[in-house]
Design a protein around this ligand. Sequence first.
Ligand code: ACM
Length: 597
Amino acid sequence: MDYACRIDGDLLICTLTPDRHLTGAVFCFSGMAPLAPVAGGKLQCSLGSYTEVALPDMPANRPHIVRLRYAGGYTPANRAWMPLGPYLRHDNDVIRLPATPAGRRAAKPLAPACFDGLPLVPQPTQWTPTGAKTDAIDGFVVTGDALTAVASLATRQKVPFDGTFPVELITQDLPTDAYRLTIDKDGITIGAASYGGQFYAGITLLSLLQHGPLPCGEILDQPRFGWRGQHLDTARHYYEPGTIKALLDLMALLKLNRFHWHFADDEAFRVALDVLPELAQKTALRGEGQVLPALFAGGPHEGGMYSRQAVRAIIDHAASLNIEILPEIETPAHALALTTLYPETRDPDDTGTETSVQGYQRNALNPAMPKTWDLLETIINDICDLFPFGYVHLGCDELPTDTWMGSPRARALMAEHGLETTQDLQGWTIAKLAEFATRKGKRPAAWEEAAQGSNGGIGRDALLFSWTGQGAGLDAARAGYDVVMTPAQHVYLDMAHTDDLDDWGASWAGFVDLPDTIAWDPVPDPGLSDRIMGVQGAFWSEFTTQDSQIWPMLMPRMLGIAMMAWQIQRPELDTLYALSNCYQVDHRGRVTMGFDA
Ligand code: ACM
């Protein structure tokens, strides 16, 4: 079977040439958003962006063209908008079609920038060189747990770190994660007050060592923000635990310290829970013969789940790298996996036809149904027991407009509590979920929408993530919430880098090129500095069908995010460009730091 697809204006033109006569074949695929055939076949069924097109009889060796168009007026922006994981279902069998070659078109070579600072991302707060250099050294004497963790990271990255150059660790009264690093011709002194400080001094040494003899002098370094995050959506695509660990390694090299693990969404709940084993067992796999079809799959099947053992290994790996893991449970919307498996979480008399941005109906849990609360309390309890970090993220984004308005039970609940709108009921619901989290000793976190509602939303103790832009985050900060800035226009690394049709990625928030990652100020109003806790990058996985696709999306843009999260001084574009040549990531996420300064 020959298959090819191309973009023509607002159409996708797919040409299928069978090598034998096919009758009754069905063309199955996902898209970036809901889409449907306009010619060449009939829509047989769809769920969100997953689409089945019934094809007419196809004689052997005759090209057959299917024309597809996105709903909602979207125009395909690049190759990631072509059918994802395409295959044919025929005679109870599947015929796989070749995937659109993914990854990003090679970046244009950057003009060699003249940069004479330290080859470090992020740039240190203060650097006082003496002008001398150490002799060539083989590496450092590894002492203490933090430097041992750096040495293990170096071994995984296959770069040198341990050796014979002396290192002394001393305790100094410095802020969390700050360090003072003195490089002399005959040895190193690291001053710090915390594991994080020693660890980041080690990371600095590891990075410098890749560029030859060390420059002598003193680095005094401390982060601007306590929350320096990166998010990964492992619900739409299952990433192997090894890929998550490689991402944690990359984060540590860039001095990021919070991994926001998005493992539950409409399409899957991937963490195996002791109390509800069927939840991951039945939703972690999608495709032919599964509860959910091949949504965002790389073919007729996709998936996997994280066992408790795998989760614990990832948590331990992160802890050694000074990274805490924020688990996210998506509620009340983005919950199709839950509402499909537990239909008692929906009001059977709900007449609403609301549709989510992703094209799903009935994907929100109904707060008037007792099963919703049983289920969510059980899940929250188990997740809070499994993940040691003091925060749990409860979701709360993108509740479809008018959700619950057709549910008599939700209407009765609203009347009982004096609530009038969907947002009021959302605020009431998320506040109640936040109480569960608090009872488990966790601080609740949620997306920015959790501040909505006449009750004041989730409650001022929560941490909010501002994603639609900075405005909602600033409003929440003014209203007394602590906020992490994750504005899509600057840090959503699933956005395509450019408007090139050969590029790869989403575009609803625009294109996010390297300069965009630093073309903003996380704290534009100094009066809010106490409320803005940090900066976080995000990667959503709707169009990712292989783990290796993330690296050319994350890099080099994660460099800009790391600079924004750590540096007190404003990052400079020339420096970022120059250093983007210095941190290269291969298809397995391994980093080389091969910059010729
Ligand atoms: C989001 O990007 N919907 C949080």
